[in-house]
Design a protein around this ligand. Structure first.
Ligand SMILES: C[S@@+](CC[C@H](N)C(=O)[O-])C[C@H]1O[C@@H](n2cnc3c(N)ncnc32)[C@H](O)[C@@H]1O
Length: 225
């Protein structure tokens, strides 16, 4: 039988890791990806200069967006103090960041964000919350919008003793079920779906503790505003 990991322990894990600046097996302190950098570099004047970063973590994507001139709403379940310290004294781009301590599923999108980023976070949410969030972001998009999502599908987690683990309430998408969701929600947008295999090792045993197929969604709303 699968061991069930509570949402509260996931929350506590990130709270501690981010407070301590730990990198963790998932490379929490990593810089932004090449794919995201390419997207950011290709954004034109038609894209509103507002952005939403869901599950911002240590803040790399939020900071890159703010440096590029976006007003960024940065949402994470962790307290905002670490990000606030990181941007303290940053000057103008730091003032463009608005950190919110909030569950992504409770964040009600009520504006037209030019860029939406959700990297390595949506797999923690329930499917209906992932789909409501993305549907709402698309419904508020008036033109020129860009969405960058990285979502784990087909996840296998193992404890140090090899026992299978699941996280309470997680989406548990297969690659195919996730592809269908994206095709339905991003109907009429130009989007690319890329797939890569991903594994993380337990630092003590050296064995894989997390295996998944990562979906990268790069979506553009090219309809006129
Ligand atoms: C793997 S980290 C990714 C951080 C960042 N997006 C990046 O790619 O560097 C996952 C982040 O999602 C946050 N998170 C997990 N579940 C969440 C939820 N339901 N609502 C908001 N944040 C959540 C965690 O606190 C953590 O900061």
């Amino acid at each position: 039988m699968n061991e069930l990991v509570s949402k509260a322990s996931v929350h506590a894990f990130y709270d501690e890791a981010i407070q301590q600046g730990r990198n963790t097996a998932e490379n929490l302190q990593a810089a932004t990806s090449e794919r995201f950098n390419t997207l950011l570099g290709s954004v034109g004047v038609e894209t509103p200069r507002t952005a939403l970063d869901l599950g911002y973590g240590a803040g790399a994507y939020t900071i890159a967006l703010a440096r590029a001139g976006f007003h960024v709403t940065a949402v994470d379940q962790i307290p905002t103090d670490v990000l606030l310290r990181r941007i303290d004294g940053a000057g103008e781009w730091g003032r463009r960041i608005d950190p919110r301590e909030c569950l992504a599923e409770n964040y009600a999108i009520d504006e037209d964000f030019g860029v939406v980023v959700a990297r390595d976070v949506l797999h923690y949410l329930a499917r209906h919350d992932v789909e409501a969030l993305l549907t709402n972001a698309v419904a508020h998009a008036r033109g020129g919008n860009r969405h960058y999502l990285e979502v784990f599908t087909g996840i296998t987690r193992r404890a140090a003793d090899g026992q299978l683990r699941r996280i309470e309430g997680e989406a548990d998408y297969s690659p195919d079920s996730f592809r269908q969701v994206i095709e339905r929600i991003y109907d009429g947008w130009d989007f690319t779906l890329l797939w890569s295999e991903h594994a993380e090792q337990d630092g003590r045993t050296g064995r894989n503790c997390f295996e998944a197929t990562r979906a990268t969604v790069i979506a553009a709303n090219n309809r006129a505003a």
